[in-house]
Write a protein that binds this ligand. Structure first.
Ligand SMILES: Nc1ncnc2c1ncn2[C@@H]1O[C@H](COP(=O)(O)OP(=O)(O)OP(=O)(O)O)[C@@H](O)[C@H]1O
Ligand SMILES: [Mg+2]
Length: 461
């Protein structure tokens, strides 16, 4: 009879997630089948924590009798008298004890699952462990549960750690994406700004020649026409050659039309000057800092740049632009950046109308069935300015609305949209101006973007 035991508690072990049964305290008390049953009683009495005994025949493993099953049986009438003096073999044959045997390398977590899957009357039985060195041991079920709970706590801690790490990684990725968008935005802005400023500069010089001289042309023409009229007054009957020339050039018509012609040239010139001013206003390269400006001016410059797009025909109709400018004060902002926002949102609205305006609704000639963009501004009570840009295009599905401001999100064909317009606009409005950018949309009806920015931002970036 070999009696070895362990009183180590599983709580004091340094277990890992993948720890196996052989790391647990094990009882290796053995008894030979020919020993009288009474010996077993003695052993159990000597060691009150002993969960069971390994039964051997000629030192070879036979099975196991648990403390619980043994005493359960012995407490029955006559059992003690019957089995205490006889060899253990008769008790063992009578009990035919069922046991769960697992290899020593079996993971504790898996072993616990297996132990718990046993039938209700066996669930508290010790687990037989066969070690790689050919020995057998018993693990107390209670100790197994303790070890399992220790590993469970360890798993939770590790999970928390992983979760925190993944949160950090995610935040890092967001920052990276954010910085990348910002970089692109700056580049896009700078490139567009430079292009626009370059064109404006190139047009500006020749237009200045024309605009500067046209005023004098009008003066000179007036003087010359006055002179001709004086001649006609004082020399009503000129020589034949002059008379022929007068009728050839249709002097009366030229005299009447020339001032009109010059006036329309002046108008055209003023218009070009206005466009150049708008282009400069839009690029605002010279004004990288915040300024106090009239938002309506910026919006008008943007609309002027997009003028050619407003001329696109949609099922034979042109886009109607409705401006409902409210009485708003001057705003402290980055004007060039805000113009960029207006440009992105209005261009998206035009795209939504051009590509998707439902032709069926155009069968009716009611004005509300025209493709329309409405721009409304107002001052809120808490000193914010609201700029609403609405279109009656196809609208945006709900699941798409969630992604509108994500960088690189686009529903447009490859090469058409970069998917940066709204994410850049969001950064400009929310981060740069401490404002808000919201979208309301109903699929099939239309979309409205609402830009809200403070009249004076306390915390400019
Ligand atoms: N007024 C609108 N009506 C319908 N869909 C819209 C509207 N505005 C934006 N969207 C949707 O939001 C998406 C993202 O817009 P965003 O301006 O960020 O990118 P984009 O227009 O696709 O590309 P770009 O970077 O060239 O502007 C668009 O692809 C479109 O699906
Ligand atoms: Mg866009």
């Amino acid at each position: 009879m070999l009696a070895m035991h362990s009183t180590t508690n599983a709580n004091n072990l340094n277990l890992q997630l993948e720890s196996s049964l052989q790391e647990l305290p094990m009882w290796e008390v053995q008894i030979e089948l020919q020993c009288p049953g009474g010996e077993l009683i003695k052993l159990f009495e000597q060691e009150p924590l002993l969960p069971g005994i390994i039964v051997t025949r000629n030192q070879c493993f036979v099975g196991m009798i648990s403390r619980q099953k043994f005493f359960e049986h012995m407490s029955r009438p006559y059992s003690f008298g019957l089995f205490s003096r006889r060899p253990l073999k008769s008790l063992y044959n009578f009990l035919k004890p069922d046991f769960l045997m697992l290899p020593g390398e079996f993971p504790i977590v898996e072993a616990t699952k297996k132990a718990l899957q046993r039938s209700f009357n066996l669930v508290y039985e010790p687990i037989l462990v066969a070690t790689s060195s050919g020995k057998y041991g018993l693990v107390d079920f209670h100790q197994l549960l303790l070890a399992y709970s220790q590993i469970y706590a360890l798993t939770l801690t590790k999970l928390q750690l992983v979760e925190e790490q993944s949160k950090i990684a995610k935040a890092g990725f967001r920052d990276l994406q954010h910085n990348y968008t910002r970089l692109l935005q700056n580049e896009k802005m700078a490139a567009l700004g430079q292009l626009v400023a370059g064109i404006a500069h190139e047009i500006n010089n020749p237009v200045n020649f024309i605009a500067g001289n046209i005023v004098h042309s009008i003066d000179y023409t007036e003087s010359l026409l006055e002179l001709i009229s004086l001649y006609q007054q004082h020399y009503p009957k000129p020589v034949q050659e002059i008379q022929a020339k007068i009728s050839e050039i249709d002097l009366n018509y030229v005299t009447a039309d020339f001032p009109n012609l010059l006036a329309s040239m002046k108008y055209g010139c003023d218009r070009i000057e206005e466009i150049v001013k708008s282009l400069r206003n839009f690029s605002r390269l010279d004004e990288a800092d915040k300024k106090i400006v009239d938002i309506h001016e910026g919006m008008d410059s943007t609309l002027l740049i997009l003028r050619s797009r407003f001329k696109e025909e949609i099922n034979g109709k042109r886009i109607t632009l409705v401006k409902e400018y409210g009485n708003i004060p001057l705003i402290e902002c980055y004007p060039g950046l805000l113009n960029q926002v207006f440009m992105n949102i209005v261009a998206n609205a035009i795209d939504a109308l051009v590509e998707n305006f439902p032709s069926s609704s155009l069968k009716c000639n009611l004005p509300q069935n025209n493709p329309t963009i409405c721009i409304r501004t107002e001052l809120t009570n808490d000193q914010y300015v609201k700029i609403c840009i609405a279109d009656n295009g196809i609208g945006i599905a709900e699941d798409i609305q969630k992604h509108l401001f994500d960088p690189f999100f686009t529903t447009k064909p490859v090469g058409k949209g970069t998917g940066l317009g709204l994410s850049i606009s969001y950064q400009i409005v929310v981060e740069k101006h401490r404002g808000q950018l919201n979208c309301l949309s109903t699929l099939g009806k239309g979309t409205e973007f609402i830009i809200t920015i403070p009249v004076t931002a306390p915390n400019f970036q």
